[in-house]
Design a protein. Sequence first.
Length: 260
Amino acid sequence: MTAALVARDLRVRFHLHDAVVNAVTGVSFTLEHGSTLAIVGESGSGKSITCLTLMSLLPHTAEVSGSVLLDDGRDVLAMSEAEVRHVRGKDIALIYQDPMAALNPVRTIGSQIREPLRIHMGMTRRAANTRAVELLAMVGIPSPERHLKSYPHEFSGGMLQRTVIAMALACNPKVLLADEPTTALDVSIQAQILELLKRLSEDLGISLLLVSHNMSVVAGLADEIAVMVPLMLYCEPSCVGVALVEIAETSLPACGSERQ
């Protein structure tokens, strides 16, 4: 059986005015169907850039090489922008680190959840609205039908995080990327969000890539763990003793800069 997502030798360089910044250097891993892979590392090690690379969301200043293969063999990095738009949200979805920045402050929660349903699933407005209510209920938002008319600033941090999880799940993606989904949340809410991700990934059969800077956050959730640091990528045993994550070691700087 093919893997849900395979990254091979991902390298990202940003060309700035007077320097080249190596953000990711030689990252490779395999995410199996129905499994949870955690990438743990300190700030600046390239975790979030790796997530954006997997979604092909980097700006034009980025030079990207390597491959990101879906389970049907398609390479995300080889797709045109028009092709990759049909992949984002439908085949692979991202839970952003800052939900307030990911949501449009002048649009209602309902309109933002309905949008991918209408674009990717071809639903009518009524069907998309019904599905949006189901999604909000699934992630634990109380009175979901009433909250469809709410704006992001009316939600608490925990409710915002649940909302972006609902948006990511809207089109039933096979792979879900969670980029530090518990950042800026208090400990009790962090536990609720992590439990929610675990339950949803198991119930829906989603392959989950969980990014964090905190090993304790992912310890009880991940099947496999990889550790990223600025100067080296290390292969680490899973904390639950499942397997080793295939990660390419490199001595090149992942976050340093070199003068042109």
